[in-house]
Write a protein that binds this ligand. Structure first.
Ligand SMILES: *[C@@H]1O[C@H](CO)[C@@H](O)[C@H](O)[C@H]1NC(C)=O
Ligand SMILES: [Cu+2]
Length: 249
């Protein structure tokens, strides 16, 4: 009896560590757009672990938005992304408490429609990043997302030009990241049409391209009383530059 309880417990632990999730809802200025609406939906909730794979752009099958609708949003809008392990909003941790790591948001402008943008090349600007929120309690951005029903939000810089964009939110789970491949990238891309706006032309990076397997933010043991965490952005070859948030463009 004791043995079977123990094995049940270890099974449950393994299940929670292996639990995965997807982006399922886009919110625009507090309005839920509906499940999987305006989103490029991957075939399953598995993470991407190869930082050189084209799946790192917008998840598996995410290079085309054909058949995906595009949300019209005003410049300066606050958008939120909501993630879940399965197609349900209750009954489990939204993204599973065992998943610890940073939460980031990138944006890429489409020359024409968001649906036709494949996201390749240096087209992405990071507009949000949250990592190790509180070193003393080892609270991560993922803990905040779990406590917030699977949601995190960002303000789209009002200075970005009007037009169509891909918004790419990324949650990097680092619970098994001490060797590579290990870091788990959960990626969701939303299609938006920004009205209004300004004329900012911010620095851009490529995804894949910005992350390297040897990055200290990608191959990292987070269970060693980590005191700080930085997810690097490369703006030039061989050079690191971390932007300051909120981003002023
Ligand atoms: C994008 O928004 C602009 C401004 O509201 C609108 O004129 C245009 O028709 C929209 N484009 C699409 C494809 O929805
Ligand atoms: Cu998982």
């Amino acid at each position: 009896m004791k043995l079977s309880l123990l094995s049940l417990l270890s099974l449950l632990t393994i299940t929670s560590v292996n639990a995965h999730f997807t982006m399922q809802y886009l919110w625009v200025n507090g309005v839920d757009q509906g499940q999987n609406v305006d989103l490029r939906v991957p075939p399953n909730n598995n993470p991407v672990t190869d930082v050189t794979s084209n799946d790192l752009t917008c998840n598996v099958g995410g290079t085309s938005g054909s058949g995906v609708s595009t949300a019209t949003i005003p410049a300066g809008a606050t958008v939120a992304f909501e993630w879940h392990q399965h197609a349900q909003r209750t009954g489990e941790d939204p993204i599973s408490g065992g998943h610890k790591g940073p939460v980031q948001v990138y944006i890429a402008k489409a020359p024409s429609t968001a649906a036709s943008l494949d996201g390749s090349g240096a087209v992405w600007t990071k507009i949000y990043s949250s990592g190790l929120v509180d070193p003393s309690s080892q609270e991560w951005a993922t803990d905040v997302v779990n406590a917030n029903g699977g949601k995190h939000s960002v303000t789209i810089p009002a200075s970005l030009p009007a037009g169509q964009y891909l918004l790419r939110a990324e949650i990097i789970a680092l619970h098994v990241a001490s060797t590579y491949p290990g870091a788990q990238f959960y990626i969701g891309c939303a299609q938006v049409n920004v009205s209004g706006g300004g004329s900012a032309n911010p620095p851009k990076i490529a995804l894949p391209g910005a992350y390297k397997p040897t990055d200290p933010g990608i191959t990292v043991n987070i269970y060693n009383n980590l005191q700080s965490y930085t997810a690097f952005v490369r703006t030039f070859p061989f050079m690191h530059k971390e932007l300051t948030f909120p981003l002023s463009l």
